[in-house]
Design a protein. Structure first.
Length: 127
């Protein structure tokens, strides 16, 4: 599916929120960390939320310097605290997705993680 960065990403994000109750925050940001689309809520001051986007960008950019012998790193997932994890993934068009998953429902987050990744892998951003 081809998406327009401004509007249709919101539709993808809405689909993910309807499909997975464990997603507490989802944002797509550009290379300058300007938020293009976002949904959800995490208890962070706006400056701390920006730091979350910066840290995710650093993780995504770090993955691009891996050697070819290691292969491509499609996404990065890390524990945020004992109850949450963060997913950072490069998107076409010099954008990236940042997702915060909450394990409040005591479910295995692997299925949620892979569902989000597959949703974003299936899009192509219009130039």
């Amino acid at each position: 599916m081809t998406v327009d960065p401004s509007g249709s990403l919101n539709q993808v994000i809405d689909t993910i929120f309807r499909s997975y109750e464990d997603v507490s925050y989802l944002a797509v940001v550009d290379e300058k960390l300007k938020v293009i689309a976002q949904k959800g809520f995490i208890e962070l001051h706006p400056s701390k939320l920006h730091i979350l986007h910066v840290q995710a960008a650093l993780l995504v950019n770090m993955s691009s310097v891996w050697s070819e012998s290691l292969g491509d790193l499609d996404y990065i997932c890390a524990s945020f605290d004992s109850k949450s994890e963060i997913i950072a993934m490069r998107l076409p068009g010099k954008m990236q997705v940042v997702a915060v998953l909450s394990s409040v429902h005591k479910k295995n987050l692997e299925g949620v993680r892979m569902g989000i990744i597959e949703q974003f892998r299936s899009i192509r951003v219009a130039s």
